[in-house]
Write a protein that binds this ligand. Sequence first.
Ligand code: CA
Ligand code: CA
Length: 160
Amino acid sequence: MYYRNMMLMFFIAAALAATTEASCNCPFFWVPFQQSCYRGFGGQQVTWSRARAECKTQGAHLVSIGSSFENWFVYELWKSSTGNKIAATGITFWIGLNDIGQEGSYRWADTSESVWYTNWKANQPDNYHNEDCVHQAPASGQWNDLPCGKYAYYMCEKPQ
Ligand SMILES: [Ca+2]
Ligand SMILES: [Ca+2]
């Protein structure tokens, strides 16, 4: 019996070690995906600039999305980060995409990634009353430009 318990403890310890080793270089509460760590901040809605600054204090940048796979991951993580707030507010998260520098010329903030993947909603971006910052719309995961002074949650990303 003693021997069996020892073996069991050994296997549990080995499994925990393997789990630890298999996990990534992401800090606590950051979720690994491909080469990055992600964290959705769903506690308080802030302007795009504030969201960008908050990510910087975390050593990160506002999330940049380079593929439909990443867009899907981000959307699912947002939903789990904010619970039912998405449905209540109708606004999800700021992403790093913006055309603040030059109207119609979209860039990802604070990363050298180029914009080759986009997932705009129909008839967006429309720059309606000067919209230069992008959020991922609820219910679809598609993108829409909004005034940068609007309040939304946000997601940060940093390399593993
Ligand atoms: Ca614009
Ligand atoms: Ca718009």
